[in-house]
Design a protein around this ligand. Structure first.
Ligand code: COA
Ligand code: AMP
Length: 632
């Protein structure tokens, strides 16, 4: 038996014993005695009587262990031409002072703080400051527009909002203050205190209730870590579900810290002193887990990168950062490498770079397409590991675990299920499917530590969204199969979630915005394959009669509405007008069938369909509009 098989079997046979041993890797204030129990909802819950503080584990503990002078965080920002290093001591002092700022604004244990910041050190500092005082942070990706920020404000009901005067997108400076003001005007919940970090490129005008970040920091008194219950929430991170309303994934303190520490050891094989770089954004789960919490809890140096893989200044930026900061383990999304490969197909910008310290490249966020996987294997001399997970789980469900003795990597596969995740493939009648047969990818309960215990403020949504489709299992929403050696192949979502350049979006959310256009009678948004971004959304519209608007004008307006209401990163640029939408007799739009038509996949005409001829019309329209990969 390999170490991975033996860990997997132990976690399966006696989860409490397995995770008690892993809990011993972190410095609790009070070690848990009850490892696995039930919460008041009857859900599995980890380490219920343990006490700890996540910011203490990430910073103070390393200082006590004599690692205070080690570098905790490197801020590398080609867009501002800055590289700044923070030792654990320096970062702890900043965090303790900012925790003092939050306390002075009346923020305490259990209060929510919305963080809407670009990729700057203050993002990590404010997350850790919340953790230090037991406040619950909710980071909103800086690319979200005002309406999305407003819906998160209304759901999380924060006491304070933290932002900066601007973000930098290649040559564009994006002023955040007007977006925040618009969001606050749209939201019903009032946030009467906002802290704004002024960036020299574009300073914001401050009004009533706005506080200058640096002024508050200048007068701040440091505050210490508070002892929290293992089950106290550390953060809420909103993610796209199947409806327009985002879901607040809740993360607890204890299970999360244990899972972060375990995954760094078992999956990434990273130890104190290693340099770990996750090139993502703090607004996504990758940023929470693998830019901020896991590397710092492990005593690694983490890199916070403000830039793009290309054009900052060129497609060699990643190689420059890997060499300059002697990165040991690198993690990013395949779409980033597709962008690099497009600009530098022969990897000329890699020539002469010393990456001898790099031990592995991990990829996630979307399936790594085999051509990109093979290209990376050719140009890099390290294992290239696709691994699969979700905002909900907080850490990888499947991978090739370097720390447990690596196994063979297979192109197109997301690796083996990790200890704690009993992954199975079921059909819609909950029957386990054979090797090679595609079905719903599910995880038998209990989920391991670190996974979501509920949806913020809506336990029923948690039950309905994840636990009812297959009783006794967590429903991931992904479809896939396993091969004879147990390798998992995750092929894509089975619901209305799409993945655009590693960004998770709900087609329902997009449809709400498209349908709000006065010319649109009805619409469906589907995700179609895209060479660079993995998927892109396409809007299929049915128009109201008698309106005088040209197709070009309509497209321009709807594209603009989506950019303004959701954000430019949604990449909705293609629209197609049809005479009818294909529906079942009960009125459900057949999105999946349209997706299959666009992807050139053979499709069955469902027995419940109203009028099978519509599918031919749609196919014809798609060909006319040059949508999808139809090779005819
Ligand atoms: N703030 C404001 N606007 C943003 C933004 C942000 N944080 N992020 C993206 N946008 C904008 C871009 O500027 C662009 O605007 P434009 O249409 O005016 O040019 C638009 O949204 C499209 O963005 P995107 O599709 O992301 O393209 P990109 O060229 O900006 O970036 C990648 C390409 C590959 C670098 C980026 O998509 C990426 O990092 N993806 C990975 C995401 C990720 O980390 N997922 C987690 C799993 S690891
Ligand atoms: P997010 O919650 O934003 O991290 O997105 C999670 C979703 O991204 C998953 O449910 C998958 O659909 C997709 N995903 C992430 N990583 C992978 C991967 N390695 N292979 C296939 N799909 C992935």
């Amino acid at each position: 038996m390999t170490d991975c098989e033996s860990a997997f079997t132990q976690a399966l046979n006696d989860p409490a014993e397995f995770w008690e041993a892993q809990a011993g890797r972190i410095a609790w204030y009070k070690s848990p005695q009850q490892i696995l129990s039930k919460d008041s909802n009857g859900n599995d819950c980890w380490f219920v009587d343990g006490e700890l503080n996540t910011a203490y584990l990430a910073l103070d503990h390393h200082i006590e262990e004599g690692r205070g002078e080690n570098i905790a965080l490197i801020y590398d920002s080609p867009v501002t031409d800055t590289v700044r290093r923070y030792s654990f001591l320096e970062l702890r002092d900043e965090v303790a002072r900012f925790a003092g700022v939050l306390s002075s604004l009346g923020v305490g244990r259990g209060n929510r703080v919305v963080i809407y910041l670009p990729m700057i050190p203050e993002a990590a500092i404010s997350m850790l400051a919340c953790a230090r005082i037991g406040a619950i942070h909710s980071v909103v990706f800086g690319g979200f527009a005002a309406r999305e920020l407003a819906s998160r404000i209304d759901d999380a009901e924060p006491k304070v909002l933290l932002t900066a005067s601007c973000g930098i997108e290649l040559a564009n400076v994006i002023a955040y203050k007007p977006l925040v003001e618009e969001a606050l005007a749209l939201a019903s919940h009032e946030v009467d205190r906002r802290v704004i970090l002024q960036r020299p490129l574009c300073e914001a005008t401050l009004g009533k209730g706005d506080f200058d970040w640096n002024d508050l920091m200048a007068d701040a008194t440091s505050v210490d870590c508070v002892s929290l219950k293992s089950t106290d929430p550390l953060y809420i991170l909103y993610t796209s579900g199947t409806t327009g309303k985002p879901k607040g994934v809740v993360r607890d303190n204890g299970g999360h810290a244990v899972a972060m520490r375990y995954s760094m050891h078992a999956i990434y094989d990273a130890a104190p002193g290693d340099v770990f770089w996750a090139a993502s954004d703090v607004g996504w789960v990758v940023g929470h887990s693998f830019i901020v919490y896991a590397p710092l809890i492990t005593g690694c140096t983490t890199i916070l990168f403000e830039g793009k893989p290309v054009r900052t200044p060129d497609a060699g930026t990643f190689w420059r950062v890997l060499e300059e900061h002697r990165v040991n383990v690198f993690f990013t999304a395949p779409t980033a490498f597709r962008a690099i490969r497009k600009e530098d197909p022969d990897s000329e910008l890699l020539v002469g770079k010393d990456l001898s310290q790099l031990r592995a490249l991990f990829l996630a966020g979307e399936r790594t397409d085999p051509p990109t996987y093979r290209w990376l294997c050719e140009i890099l001399d390290v294992p290239v590991i696709d691994h699969w997970w979700q905002t909900e789980t907080g850490w990888p469900i499947s991978a090739n675990p370097l720390g447990l003795g690596p196994s063979e990597c297979k192109a197109g596969s997301a690796g083996l299920p990790m200890p704690g995740y009993d992954v199975q493939i079921l059909d819609e009648d909950h029957v386990r499917l054979d090797v090679g047969v595609e079905g719903d990818v599910v995880v038998r309960l209990p989920l391991p530590p670190g996974c979501l215990p509920t949806v913020w403020g809506d336990y029923q949504r948690y039950v309905d969204g994840y636990l009812t489709q297959h009783p006794g299992y967590y429903h991931t929403g992904d479809g896939g199969h396993v091969d004879e050696e147990g390798y998992l192949f995750v092929m894509g979502r089975t619901d209305d979630v799409i993945n655009v350049a590693g960004h998770r979006l709900s087609t329902g959310e997009l449809e709400e915005v498209v349908a709000a256009h006065p010319a649109v009678a009805e619409c469906a948004v589907i995700g179609i394959e895209d060479k660079e971004k993995g998927q892109i959304p396409v809007g299929i519209l049915l128009l109201k009669d008698g309106l005088n608007i040209s197709a070009d004008e309509l497209e321009r307006e709807i594209v603009m509405h989506v950019r303004k209401d959701i954000g430019a990163f949604a990449n909705l640029k293609r629209l197609m007008v049809v005479q009818r939408l294909p529906k079942t007799r009960s009125g459900k739009i057949l999105r999946k069938v349209m997706r299959n038509i666009a992807d050139g996949v053979p499709y069955d005409v469902p027995a419940t369909i109203d009028d099978p001829l519509i599918l031919d019309e749609i196919k014809h329209e798609m060909i006319n509009n040059n949508i999808g990969l139809i090779a005819e």
